[in-house]
Design a protein around this ligand. Structure first.
Ligand SMILES: [Zn+2]
Length: 768
């Protein structure tokens, strides 16, 4: 009886569907269609057939057979690629050239469906387009796909052609490196693990050079500086070895780099791009020849492009299809006035300084205005343009970073400015950065077609990825994106401290509530629950980051240590973050490994705090607890038998910086009470010289003023350790203790009156 009703329903459905509609599969029925691919199909076309078969079966329960086009044309076929039947059905040969490597044409020729694309990736992408748009398949993350259950899968009449907006599409987000996820979302970046079946990589950076910062590799200061300092940057009249760039007007440098680049291409031929670019710091060469060129070109890109052009010219003779990539980054971002990059030179522009709360073109932030002018300038003079864009907070991947509503505007803007290759750097070292999976998925969609409407994509993702929790998550998302209204004064930048962000305690309270409701809504739905729990991570993270870091306290001089104990809420929050961190296994907190480890260590301490020390009115601070700037250059920790603990911090006579500090955030005080700080130091005098021995004080960073201090001349100090009173004041977290060697007149060429200053310890004493 049931079967009869189903057959009747199917018959009725067939009756009301427009004549052009094809029903590719019907649940419970034998396979009506056969997948046909070229007999000599490429690996990605073989995979296209397998994927089409796999997902059709998941959609309908019907497994379509696959045959090669050496078999007779089946009665009903899904034809993949340029089969031997394709031209006849199209009424002429398929224009594969117009489709390029990635494009495809979809055409219904009832009763057949044609998915026409080239052997690289086009056919595979065409198959995914049909499955995604017409079958409802979604691939949101490597662990989360949505494949609907259909009784019958019907598709409308089709005749459309799609090619991508960008030749290289690289949402550089950790999960998107998964080859299947990347291919299914039509991205083809170098970092994606694309096997042959996914169509591989077409835009590889070769020669072991990568895409950025290759000067030191191509002409190493370790190898050449000793004999040839003139190969490297002249800065303030001196050639420098550390943090240097190349002297781009030096003919020997050109010869060395050209030979090196050619050698690397010969050893690793076949890549599209080879990188010749500045190191990741400033210090460009200011020798007379480099400076004259840069002055005339009104940009340091002047000497850079002249140099890179010459290399590209030499490379072209042997490798006409190779492109030399260089950076237009920081000091070279402004295009040169008259020099033009050769056709085989591709500058890479970086948006590192921009505000990301609004699209670059919309934001009034000064850095965005400058970037606009630069990219328009480069767009007008380059054959090819590569953009390295930034789409997360790199200091804290897992802190809330409301840039989603700027993404499409930026992608559109790059497309309008003739960018061919777009690299969208996100949290690339781990999962679950703030809205990581959403951002990677949206970028994939827009890198293919920047016009896809944002709101429809957002609703699609929220519903598919969060299930019944979607309304709460969306509510949170909208609240988060309502901050940062005025980028001219408060930009959203990629290294922002979450504590400096505009987000308020009230916001975090509300946000926590919304995520709790979201969690409750999917409590019996493990797949969506996981996504919600990890989605909430950034709110928990941001909330805990706002709690003063009392676990960093190293010195206790309080009558009530209990006041510094973490609250039960904070301990619970830290434990919850650790539990989610362990559950996901591959969350990365920050681009910096040390910072990442520090945050995890902090949570562990907070979750299981050590016992508090006893009350104390007096404490000593040994030299090893002090911070030292520029260790090795300004000073260092040394053994000193004269120091009471045998160790001292030695400050050299090379400077008079406030290099040694103790932030009072590391000291537990009693608030509002007066303290005295003393120090035990000794001065090693320069024989025969008079002058300052040291200066020392307490500084209030919030109010930008001193809270006491002293200075001593060499004539007023002895040769041995002595105690000196530094200040009596009411300490606060924002204060810090500092000390440096005494000042001397550097401008006039003077040198320090002391050989060294040794710090043994400090004493802190509560006075009232
Ligand atoms: Zn130079």
């Amino acid at each position: 009886m049931k079967t009869c009703l189903l057959a009747l329903a199917t018959a009725l459905a067939a009756y009301v569907l427009p004549a052009q509609t094809l029903t590719l599969a019907t649940r419970g029925q034998p396979a009506a269609y056969t997948i046909v691919r070229p007999a000599n199909a490429s690996p990605s076309q073989v995979y296209a057939a397998e994927e089409f078969q796999r997902f059709t079966e998941q959609l309908t329960g019907v497994k379509l057979p696959i045959v090669g086009d050496d078999a007779p044309l089946p009665e009903r076929a899904v034809l993949l690629g340029d089969t031997r039947y394709t031209a006849q059905l199209l009424g002429g040969p398929a224009d594969l050239k117009a489709l390029g490597e990635d494009g495809f044409r979809l055409k219904t020729c009832p009763p057949h469906l044609l998915i026409v694309g080239g052997p690289v990736r086009g056919t595979l992408y065409g198959a995914y387009e049909v499955l995604e748009r017409l079958g409802g398949c979604r691939w949101y993350a490597s662990w989360h796909s949505v494949i609907p259950k259909l009784n019958a899968w019907s598709i409308p009449a089709l005749d459309e052609t799609q090619t991508p907006a960008f030749a290289l599409r690289e949402p550089f987000w950790f999960d998107m490196f998964d080859g299947d996820l990347a291919a299914r979302n039509k991205v083809n970046g170098n970092s994606m693990r694309l096997a042959d079946k996914h169509g591989g990589h077409s835009y590889r950076f070769g020669g072991g050079l990568g895409s950025c910062h290759t000067f030191n590799t191509l002409c190493s200061p370790d190898e050449h500086f000793a004999a040839h300092p003139e190969y490297f940057s002249e800065v303030n009249g001196k050639r420098v070895k550390e943090y240097t760039q190349l002297c781009l007007s030096n003919p020997d440098v050109l010869r060395i780099v050209t030979a090196n680049v050619l050698d690397r291409i010969r050893k690793d031929p076949g890549a599209s791009f080879y990188g010749v670019s500045q190191n990741d710091w400033g210090n460009y060469c200011t020798c007379p020849a480099c400076k004259a060129l840069d002055d005339a070109e009104e940009s340091h890109a002047g000497s850079m492009i002249v140099f890179v052009n010459k290399i590209a010219e030499a490379v072209e003779k042997e490798f006409p299809n190779v492109t030399i990539e260089t950076l237009a980054y920081q000091y070279t971002r402004k295009p040169p006035k008259t020099v033009r990059p050769r056709d085989n030179v591709m500058p890479c522009l970086c948006t590192i300084e921009c505000d990301f709360s609004h699209p670059i073109e919309v934001s009034g932030y000064a850095q965005n205005r400058a970037f606009l002018s630069d990219i328009r300038g480069w767009g007008a003079i380059c054959k090819r343009l590569y953009v390295w864009d930034y789409t997360t907070n790199f200091r804290d991947y897992t802190s809330p970073f409301p840039n989603v509503l700027a993404l499409q505007g930026n992608v559109k803007f790059f497309h309008a400015n003739r960018v061919d290759y777009l690299f969208e750097q996100g949290a690339y070292q781990g999962r679950h950065g703030d809205f990581a999976e959403l951002k990677a998925w949206l970028l994939a969609k827009w890198l293919w077609n920047p016009e896809l409407p944002q709101e429809a994509l957002l609703q699609d993702f929220f519903k598919g990825y969060y299930g019944a929790a979607a309304p709460y998550v969306r509510n949170y998302f909208d609240a988060l994106h309502s901050f940062y209204r005025d980028p001219a004064t408060r930009p959203l930048c990629i290294f922002d401290d979450p504590n400096q962000a505009l987000l308020t305690d009230d916001f975090y309270e509300r946000a926590s509530g919304l995520w709790q409701q979201a969690e409750a809504a999917v409590k019996d739905d493990p797949a969506h629950l996981y996504n919600v729990r990890m989605g909430a991570f950034s709110v928990l993270y941001g909330k805990l980051a706002r709690v003063p870091a009392s676990e960093e306290i190293k010195v206790w001089v309080t009558e009530n240590p209990q006041q510094y104990a973490a609250s039960a809420d904070q301990r619970a929050l830290a434990a919850e973050l650790l539990s989610r961190f362990d559950e996901a296994k591959d969350i990365r907190i920050s681009e910096g490994a040390e910072y990442h480890d520090g945050v995890i260590a902090r949570w562990k301490t907070l979750a299981n705090p050590p016992a508090l020390p006893p009350a104390a009115k007096q404490a000593f601070v040994e030299d090893k607890l002090l911070s030292l700037g520029n260790r090795g250059t300004w000073g260092d920790t040394v053994a000193d038998p004269k120091a009471e603990d045998g160790s001292a911090m030695k400050l050299y006579n090379t400077h008079y910086e406030w290099c040694t500090t103790l932030p009072f955030s590391r000291v537990a005080f009693d608030p509002g009470k007066k303290y005295r700080i003393r120090m035990r130091v000794r001065v090693e005098k320069e024989p025969g010289k008079d002058g300052e021995a040291f200066w020392v004080g307490v500084y209030d960073t919030k109010n930008k003023k001193g809270c006491g201090g002293l200075e001593r001349k060499t004539a007023d100090v002895g040769d041995d350790y002595a105690w000196y009173d530094v200040a009596e004041w009411v300490p606060e977290r924002d204060h810090y203790f500092w000390i440096g060697p005494g000042r001397f007149d550097k401008q006039a060429g003077a040198t320090s009156a002391i050989k060294a200053l040794y710090i043994d310890k400090l004493e802190l004493l509560r006075l009232d």
